[in-house]
Design a protein around this ligand. Sequence first.
Ligand SMILES: NC(=O)C1=CN([C@@H]2O[C@H](COP(=O)(O)OP(=O)(O)OC[C@H]3O[C@@H](n4cnc5c(N)ncnc54)[C@H](OP(=O)(O)O)[C@@H]3O)[C@@H](O)[C@H]2O)C=CC1
Ligand SMILES: O=C1OC[C@@H](O)[C@H](O)[C@H]1O
Length: 313
Amino acid sequence: MFSLISLVQHIRTLNNPPVLPVQASPLRFGILGAANIAPNSLILPARNHPEMVVYALAARDAKKAEAYAQKHQIEKVYSGAHGYQNLLDDPMVDAVYNPLPNGLHFEWTMKALAAGKHVLFEKPSANIVDETRQMFELAERKGLVLLEAYHYRFYPAIARIKDILDSGELGQIKSMRGSLGLPQGFVGPGDIRLEYALGGGAMMDCGCYPLSALRYLTSANPTAVLSATARTVSSASDTGNLVDHATTAVLSFPNDVTGTIHCDLAIPSWGPFGLIPDCEGGSVELFNFPLSAYYHSITVTVKDDKRKLRKRV
Ligand SMILES: NC(=O)C1=CN([C@@H]2O[C@H](COP(=O)(O)OP(=O)(O)OC[C@H]3O[C@@H](n4cnc5c(N)ncnc54)[C@H](OP(=O)(O)O)[C@@H]3O)[C@@H](O)[C@H]2O)C=CC1
Ligand SMILES: O=C1OC[C@@H](O)[C@H](O)[C@H]1O
């Protein structure tokens, strides 16, 4: 068990990983947009990977682009109306990170792939499934890597949960619950998450995590939406559209499995962010599944022969 001090040290190291010398001929990344998420998702981690370097940044506003590039020691800067495309046309760029708002993932990922770049793009991949298919088909045709940035899939904790389920120890999955909520105040006025035209809404921003996790754990896609309820707010630009501020949905999966997803852009406290498959012979809970590298716990509850519950953490 972590002590509080070692937990704080662990989180500080994750957020500021040691800087390693770059090796000869690293993979050179370009970033589309001076995005809030890019330092944590790519720029700081890259410094710990000698085989890659964040070489270029494009942002619409020149001043913002320069300041961001200077702060994060990014060599090449593009800006203005053609800044994103100019970055894609730069032959020095091998791979592109696309952390643009959800509604722009498709356009700029297609353009990046067309320019022959590998792409790491943010979740959720697109607004509609046909766009996602088109992107992966183009990447396949061009022999390029296209990866959606669901980092939770790379943490040992989720792999452990999948192993426990696949081992058969708990029997068949009967139902699953997954949730992700953001604390009140995290999403402020004007946030891209509240803009319908940019692919905003709680389901797109947060609900996509439990949905992805439920698909991963069952190795299946949902077949129907059994129910869905939402708390809605006006889209940020007030165009008359609504976005969901919170959603609860019950989905049907093959083999009579149901999955409940809950997401919320403004909950009064921190969390919830758990993942709980309930099985014939017990259940397993992964606490903090989206960011389990920071902290997590796994609780396995097994029903014994006399239907008594045995717990291990
Ligand atoms: N995997 C993860 O853990 C996380 C993923 N995300 C995902 O990353 C993406 C970006 O999130 P986040 O960094 O918080 O977003 P930001 O609010 O920082 O926006 C990202 C960039 O979008 C660009 N942009 C382009 N067109 C528009 C437009 N019309 N209106 C507003 N912005 C525009 C801006 O680029 P410019 O600088 O050129 O102006 C901005 O820098 C989302 O898809 C989100 O779901 C977010 C957080 C965590
Ligand atoms: O991991 C996340 O947490 C915060 C969200 O707003 C973000 O978009 C999501 O990816």
